[in-house]
Write a protein that binds this ligand. Structure first.
Ligand code: NAP
Length: 334
């Protein structure tokens, strides 16, 4: 018993990750690949040469349009750019489809769950019983941080956070940043990444008073966003108790795409690194190290997650698995 899905934006960086992660998935079957007019009618491999490791699992699929009238799957995973998502995703929602999106336009909209399935699965209830709906996953940069803050906020309360990111180039999509800008260089993020990092965790953690100051920087790394976090807690339990809370944190649902352990607490002082740690847990785990007393706030640590898997396609897939586990999406729908 599987559920047919369509991938909107299947030719992009995140779209290819969806295709990769959904190959042989126990619950979802990729029935349709969709992209822009530039790609419609072409073989998938011809529309977008495969850029990930391993083989393209569906090279001969024919790309279709991102049009709810032409797509029959009840569930759509969206890897569309923001401007396109703003128009296309509501059209699919209004046509009665479940839309699981990576794009930002509806993340902060009332009634749209901004979901990390291990952190706030109860927010999925907002779409129970709706014919069509949008469920968003958060910005990729703060996912490692927000997952780490979740058990700390529950036990002791988090008041304020300062965070600096070291972000991979795949986070900008394909072709993304130019080689001239990135080779031998780092540069402050020119877009609205800092605003997203500073505002989305409050919705996820039900923490409206949490203050976050973010600085985001692109670095010449392929995959994996590293963040340096300083957090102020309401009480200071000490680094040992914080390490224990992080290492034991898992979500309440056993999901195919949610690894256990969820957080890998590393003892080496020079970790985590994108090269060695981004692929932990199939790219869905969070790697954390250097959990130490902060001289200004309460605690500081480094955290890393794979931006295109945990931070994008894998996160949306885990959200869909949560909807199935909760009975919000029904198996056997084709
Ligand atoms: P990307 O590589 O630029 O891919 C964009 C996709 O959108 C392509 O498949 C493209 O199809 C399609 N598209 C563009 N204009 C379209 C139109 N007018 N109609 C239909 N389809 C259109 O971007 P990405 O990095 O995969 O990111 C996709 C989304 O995920 C973005 O909203 C991004 O912010 C978000 N996100 C990305 C990451 C990451 O790590 N990359 C992480 C989290 C969230 P064509 O090939 O036919 O042009």
């Amino acid at each position: 018993m599987t559920i047919d899905v369509a991938i909107l934006g299947a030719t992009g960086m995140v779209g290819q990750r969806f295709v990769q992660l959904l190959a042989n998935h126990p619950t979802f079957r990729v029935a349709e690949l969709c992209a822009s007019e530039r790609s419609v009618g072409k073989r998938y491999e011809d529309a977008a040469p495969w850029r990930l490791s391993g083989d393209n699992p569906m090279p001969d699929a024919v790309v279709g349009p991102c049009d709810p009238g032409a797509v029959r799957s009840p569930v759509v995973f969206s890897a569309l750019d923001s401007a396109t998502a703003l128009i296309v995703e509501p059209a699919f929602r209004d046509a009665g489809r479940a839309v699981l999106t990576n794009a930002s336009p509806f993340r902060m909209a009332a009634g749209v769950p901004l979901l990390i399935p291990e952190v706030n699965p109860e927010h999925a209830e907002w779409v129970r019983g709706k014919a069509g709906f949008i469920v968003a996953n958060p910005n990729c940069t703060h996912q490692a941080m927000t997952i780490a803050l979740a058990p700390l906020h529950r036990r002791w309360g988090v008041e304020a956070v300062c965070v600096a990111s070291y972000q991979a180039v795949s986070g900008a999509g394909y072709p993304g940043e130019s080689a001239w800008d990135m080779l031998g260089n780092v540069h402050p993020h020119a877009g609205d990444e800092e605003e997203k990092v500073a505002s989305e965790p409050q919705k996820i953690l039900d923490a409206p008073d949490l203050r976050i100051s973010a600085r985001c920087v692109r670095v010449p790394v392929a995959d994996g966003h590293l963040v340096a976090v300083q957090a102020k807690l309401r009480v200071d339990p000490g680094p040992d108790a914080i390490r224990e809370a992080l290492a034991s944190f898992v979500g309440p649902y056993a999901l195919h795409s949610s690894p256990r352990p969820l957080i890998h607490l590393l003892s080496q002082r020079d970790r985590p690194t994108p090269k060695l740690d981004a692929d932990r847990g199939g790219g869905m785990a969070v790697s954390i190290a250097r959990v130490e007393r902060c001289e200004v706030f309460t605690v500081k640590f480094f955290a890393l997650a794979h931006n295109a898997i945990r931070g994008a396609a894998g996160g949306a897939l885990a959200n869909a698995e949560l909807l199935v586990a909760k009975g919000i999406l029904a198996l056997g729908v084709a």
